[in-house]
Design a protein around this ligand. Structure first.
Ligand SMILES: Cc1cc2nc3c(=O)[nH]c(=O)nc-3n(C[C@H](O)[C@H](O)[C@H](O)COP(=O)(O)O)c2cc1C
Length: 198
């Protein structure tokens, strides 16, 4: 120990002061695998890190005509994004891309021009699909959106849960232990990345 530093407290980290991650699932399905993956993330978050889900239900279709008078659910969504230290997306894959429900919500929160709630936010990306690539194509489209949104998605680990029907139970709960371990590592990586960007 450095002489004279005996009484100095350890430097604060987000683990010690607390960190909030807003979890957004790109599916409205009741027993959605992606909603289930977010529930798993809530359970697997490291100490001091809280994953709070935001349900995209109730966000209407975006129209630029309504930007000046956004619906209350959109106002709430933007406030929740701004209040969070980081974002965790759990995206489904529809037709090799991001489901419309997620893209629609991303678009709402990015507007009006110059008032995007996403600006500068660190993000983690994961996804589950019944296909063999586990939402890889949707995730890379989402990363492309992050470029214009000026978001900072953590690169690794990539969490792509393939063949989801074999990894979740009938209620959409993630039962596959290796997938849960990947999510745990993503959350650790996202927390460290968020600290680095602060
Ligand atoms: C419109 C539509 C398009 C889909 N396209 C894909 C696809 O491109 N790749 C894939 O792996 N699964 C695809 N699927 C199957 C989804 O992986 C599956 O419905 C999955 O359960 C969606 O995620 P969720 O359980 O979170 O709702 C598609 C499903 C729908 C309804």
């Amino acid at each position: 120990m450095i002489p004279g530093a005996e009484g100095n407290p350890a430097p604060p980290t987000l683990y010690t002061v607390g960190m909030t991650i807003l979890g957004i699932a790109g599916s409205l399905r009741k027993t959605s695998y992606n909603r289930g993956a977010l529930r798993a993330a809530q359970e697997l978050a490291p100490a001091g890190v809280t994953v709070e889900p935001f349900d995209l239900n109730g966000i209407p279709l975006y129209s630029q005509d309504d930007e000046g008078t956004p619906p209350p659910r959109v106002t709430e969504f933007k406030a929740r994004i701004r209040a969070a230290d980081a974002i965790l997306f759990a995206t489904a894959e529809y037709n090799y891309s991001i489901p419309g429900v997620l893209k629609n919500a991303i678009d709402w929160a990015s507007r009006p021009y110059g008032d995007s709630a996403w600006d500068g936010k660190p993000a983690g990306i994961m996804g589950a699909s019944v296909g063999a690539t586990g939402t890889a194509r949707a995730q890379y489209h989402l990363r492309q959106c992050c470029v214009f949104l000026n978001m900072f998605p953590v690169n690794r680990p990539e969490v792509m849960i393939a063949n989801a029907a074999q990894r979740f139970d009938s209620q959409g709960n993630l039962t596959d232990e290796p997938s849960r371990e990947h999510i745990r590592k993503l959350l650790e990586s996202l927390a460290a990345w968020t600290l680095k960007l602060k």
